[in-house]
Design a protein around this ligand. Structure first.
Ligand SMILES: C[S@@+](CC[C@H](N)C(=O)[O-])C[C@H]1O[C@@H](n2cnc3c(N)ncnc32)[C@H](O)[C@@H]1O
Length: 255
């Protein structure tokens, strides 16, 4: 079962009005981590479930070549629109392919220095095929980057936003599936670490994303926006803060 393709209005919910072009705290933190762990040279990147190419465009701006592989033709169309609005130098470095990342063609194996799979595993009941694809697409010595919702912190978003009934149910059931969000399956970090390791990748590091800011629906007030990113970055690398982050960001290396 794929919860993304099963939810008819999910693309509209994902693309907030006026928000398609902007960046976000999770995107900025993710990019900082990728910059910190990646070698300083142009990389071949595959972004599995890369959707509207927001990450791909930022990686292409940094000089990398990116293939976005996404199951949803609507998301690929949004990616094409984003590329069409940008400079041709960026367009030339990004390729969009509509395909299910859980069923990979064998001839695509070992093509990438970096494989990203961000906010995608939660749409699969079984995350194993996507995790296997991510590792298979990676060259030996290359990196796999997974961002996924942290089920251990299921009540944090609703609790901090004062949606108390939701917080209570999340604590009672261990799931936030009853909230105003599309259905998903949030797989624990330890499960995904196990899958990556079975597929032949060793964990390099993990951090938390969205500790102080995830529950804010509106703009975040700050004298200097860099303070927000720096606070999130530092807390994301420290226990106990990272344990209650909305998402975990796992970096693994193909052995
Ligand atoms: C929440 S969006 C995340 C998009 C992007 N990775 C990001 O971090 O903003 C989830 C994306 O995963 C894609 N997706 C879900 N299941 C997939 C699968 N099995 N193979 C490829 N893409 C998938 C969806 O089409 C959607 O574009």
């Amino acid at each position: 079962m794929n919860y993304w393709t099963a939810a008819p209005d999910i693309v509209d919910a994902f693309v907030q009005p006026g928000g398609h072009e902007g960046t976000s705290i999770p995107l900025e933190l993710t990019l900082r981590t990728l910059t910190a762990v990646s070698p300083e040279r142009p990389l071949r990147v595959v972004d599995l479930g890369g959707g509207d190419a927001a990450l791909a465009v930022r990686l292409a701006m940094a000089g990398h070549e990116v293939v976005v592989q996404d199951i949803d033709p609507q998301m690929i169309a949004l990616g094409e629109q984003r590329l069409a609005r940008g400079p041709s130098a960026i367009r030339d470095r990004v390729r969009l392919i509509c395909a299910d990342g859980a069923t990979m063609a064998a001839d695509q194996a070992e093509v990438a220095d970096l494989v990203c799979c961000h906010s995608v595993l939660m749409y699969e009941d079984d995350p194993a095929p996507l995790a296997r694809t991510a590792v298979a697409l990676c060259k030996t010595g290359g990196l796999v980057s997974i961002v996924a919702i942290n089920p251990a912190a299921a009540a944090m978003r609703s609790g901090l936003a004062q949606r108390w009934a939701e917080a209570r149910i999340a604590l009672e059931t261990g799931s936030d599936a009853h909230g105003p969000y599309a259905a998903s399956r949030n797989h624990p970090r330890e499960t995904v670490e196990g899958l990556l390791s079975e597929a032949g990748a060793g964990i390099v590091e993990w951090s938390g994303i969205g500790i102080f800011t995830d529950h804010h629906a509106g703009p975040i007030l700050a004298d200097d926006p860099e303070d927000v990113l720096r606070a999130e970055w530092l807390a994301g690398r420290l226990d106990p803060y990272r344990q209650v982050a909305r998402c975990y960001h796992l970096i693994a290396r193909k052995l």
